[in-house]
Structure formats: C-alpha cells, structure tokens
Design a protein around this ligand. Structure first.
Ligand SMILES: C=CC1=C(C)c2cc3[nH]c(cc4nc(cc5[nH]c(cc1n2)c(C)c5CCC(=O)O)C(CCC(=O)O)=C4C)c(C)c3C=C
Ligand SMILES: [Fe+2]
Ligand SMILES: [Fe+2]
Length: 368
C-alpha cells in the first residue's frame, strides 16, 4: 500500500509551530457544516451519515435510503435550523471547540506543560487527518487524542479513533498515540457541571426540576454492548449527588432521535410535555453530554423543547449552557489531559539537557 510522502527526516531537529514541543493534544469534536445552506448540509450529512459507526444497517440498503431519500430532503430542513443558531464567526460547535483548544493549551502551559493543542473535526473541517499531517510537519511525535465526548459511544468516540486509525494506515512514520475514551465520571467534570448549575440558580433562581438531556442513540446499541446509556445515567446520578438533589428533583432524558427505530428513552421533548401536563411549572435543562453548545442544544433544546414545554402548560423554561469556555470546565479538561500525558516529555528541557541535545544534533548532522 502506498504511504503518503513524509516530511524530510532530520536528526534531532527542534519542533516548529507556535510552541516548540513534540507533544500535542488533539481535541476532536463531531464537526459541523461549513455554512447553514442546503449544499453545505448535503456534504456534511453525506459524510456523517455514511459512517457505519453512526448508522448500523446493511450498507447497500442504507446507501440507497441515504442518497435516494435523506440527502434530498434533510439538508434544506437542517440548514434552516442551523441558520437560527449560526454566529458571525460560524457554527457554534466549531467556534467553541477552537476556543477550547486555545484555552486548553493556555491552561496546560500554566500547569508547566509544554504541549500544542489543536482542534479537529470528525466530519467536515478541519479534518482529523489534515490536522495530524500539520502537527507531524511541525515535528510533533506524540499525540494525545481527546474526543470531546464525556460518555463513550461507538457512534462518537470510536468513530474518532477509527479516523485516526485510517490516517495511521497511510502514514509511514507514526507519532506515539494515546486516546481518552471517556470522562463521564471524572470528579472535575462533574464539579464543573455542578458549578454551572449553581451559578445559574444564583442568577436566575431554581426551577422545580433539573432535566439532564443527553443525545440519544438507537436502543439496540445498548443491547449490543455500547456503554453509552450506562455512562449517561452515571453522569446524571453523580451530578444530582453533587448538587444534593433528592429523587424527583431531577430526571435524565435522551434527545435528537433520528429515524424510525426505537432510541434510548425517556425522550426529552415528550418528557417535558408530560412534566408540564402533570403540573410542573418550571424546569432547568442542562445537556451534560455536549462539551460545547451546538445545533442540538441551542435549537433542539433551547428553542423547540422550550416551546413544547411552554405550550403544554409550563411557565418557566431555563436552559443552562454547556461547559463551553467555562473556567471550571476548562480546568477539568486540563487536569484530564495532564493525567493522560504522564510520562511524555512535556516540560522544557534544562539548559544542560538542551546544550547536550544541540551538541548531539550537530554531531549527527556532521556524520549524516
Ligand atoms: C454527544 C454525543 C452524540 C451522540 C451519541 C450522537 C449520536 C448520533 N447522532 C446522529 C445523527 C445526527 N446528529 C446530529 C448532530 C449532532 N450530534 C451531536 C452529538 C452526538 N451525536 C452533535 C454535537 C451534533 C451537532 C452538530 C452541529 O453542527 O452543531 C445531526 C445533524 C443535524 C441534523 O440534521 O439533525 C444528525 C443527523 C445519529 C444517527 C447518532 C447515533 C447513532
Ligand atoms: Fe448526533
Ligand atoms: Fe437534532
């Protein structure tokens, strides 16, 4: 199999890029369309929904449905939804992920770790392979892959790992690779979520119920051994414990059902309607499984679900934003990355070690 061309090999050359280090963290999120338009959505959904990790039905049947029906109908509808959340800087998911990468590099620097942090997207741009190529060109030799999904699922975390593996298959000189599979029960992540809820209560008052809405998955993935459902429930329980909530004061639900199959239940919007119809007047809604606000939180929850709850008789719907660039969320990501970076050379070399390294590089250059 042909491998892609390597950058020229140099003995002991210092890494390039914004900070001289050969260690990088690759913060990977789902990805988003380039524009809130039907053609951009067709490209994005075409790539996303063709991933066998995302839709697990026989290829030929699914490709006929995807290209024959879904990619003819859904792009325009989805584009209209994206248009309602689009910002002057672009899609919220991309804007937040890029900001998180910058802040994470700063946070790690403050902890004394010399590490590059780059953002990449599983679908759309910047693609994981493109970012890995750029890091390699800058002399990066070790990459910690941090999928921005607290709960592991085959459709998300494993799909990021697949994409890194696909890049590795065509790369001759591989960096050392590490992967963070999950952080659903990480104490700093739970505390960061709890901090955003408490801040929200202080600012806007507290509702009768805290609804924790996670992205759904087909129910059959649970029976096939995907740990996602279990990890969402654990995050929910730990968050409720951290907030000192009593049973009945909180509820875990699943949103964003796609297609006709049964997905994980209870579904978010019907649950909110049910709560309102049973006399619950106010809800706080948080989406702990999303590292950053995106279409699914800003439009589906803060617009559609809000309207459904109020229409069913609810009086106050408060949306609690995702961790985004919240300082405690960023500290949680930095602590998580720091633990997984252990053993890699992330501290600046001492002047003596640097002199020795330069001497060796000179000698190697002379004998090469
Ligand atoms: C946070 C975890 C996510 C899981 C699990 C997940 C599973 C999953 N998603 C779809 C289908 C769609 N998801 C869409 C958007 C979307 N999904 C996630 C996260 C998870 N998905 C995010 C962060 C986003 C938002 C992206 C953005 O640009 O803001 C969409 C696209 C939008 C639309 O047309 O509705 C689809 C489609 C499936 C089928 C699935 C599990 C099998
Ligand atoms: Fe999704
Ligand atoms: Fe959705």
């Amino acid at each position: 199999m042909p491998f892609q061309p390597e950058p020229p090999y140099r003995h002991g050359s210092a890494p390039a890029g914004p900070i001289a280090t050969d260690v990088a963290v690759l913060l990977c999120n789902l990805g988003t369309p380039d524009a809130p338009t039907a053609p951009a959505l067709r490209r994005y959904l075409g790539q996303f929904l063709a991933d066998p990790r995302v839709v697990e039905i026989p290829r030929l049947v699914w490709m006929a449905i995807l290209h024959g029906i879904i990619l003819r109908v859904r792009p325009a509808k989805s584009a209209a939804k994206y248009a309602t959340v689009w910002t002057p800087e672009g899609s919220p998911l991309k804007v937040w992920t890029e900001k998180q990468a910058k802040l994470l590099q700063g946070q790690l620097g403050e902890r004394g770790l010399r590490v590059r942090v780059a953002a990449a997207m599983r679908y759309g741009q910047p693609a994981i392979g493109t970012v890995l190529d750029a890091l390699k060109r800058d002399g990066v030799k070790r990459v910690l892959v941090l999928p921005a999904y607290p709960q592991y699922s085959g459709a998300t975390t494993a799909s990021v790992i697949d994409d890194v593996a696909r890049w590795a298959l065509k790369t001759r000189h591989l960096p050392e690779l590490r992967f963070i599979n999950r952080y659903h029960d990480d104490a700093a992540y739970i505390n960061a979520l709890a901090a955003t809820v408490r801040e929200h209560w202080q600012r806007d008052g507290r509702a009768e119920k805290l609804v924790m809405s996670f992205h759904g998955m087909p129910e059959r993935t649970l029976h096939l051994g995907d740990p996602y459902h279990c990890e969402c429930l654990k995050t929910g329980r730990l968050l409720a414990e951290a907030l000192g909530l009593k049973p009945g004061e909180w509820k875990v639900t699943f949103q964003s059902r796609f297609g006709k199959a049964k997905w994980l239940e209870p579904y978010t919007e019907p649950s909110l309607i049910d709560l309102a119809q049973k006399g619950c007047k106010s809800v706080d809604v948080i989406c702990p499984g999303f590292a950053a606000d995106c279409l699914e939180t800003l439009e589906e929850i803060n617009q559609e679900a809000r309207e459904a709850f109020l229409h069913a008789g609810g009086q106050r719907f408060s949306y609690i934003p995702c961790l985004n660039d919240h300082p405690s969320g960023m500290r949680a990501l930095a602590a998580l990355a720091e633990r997984h970076l252990q053993g890699w050379p992330t501290t600046p070399p001492s002047p003596d070690a640097l002199a020795l390294q330069q001497e060796r590089a000179r000698a190697a250059g002379a004998s090469a």
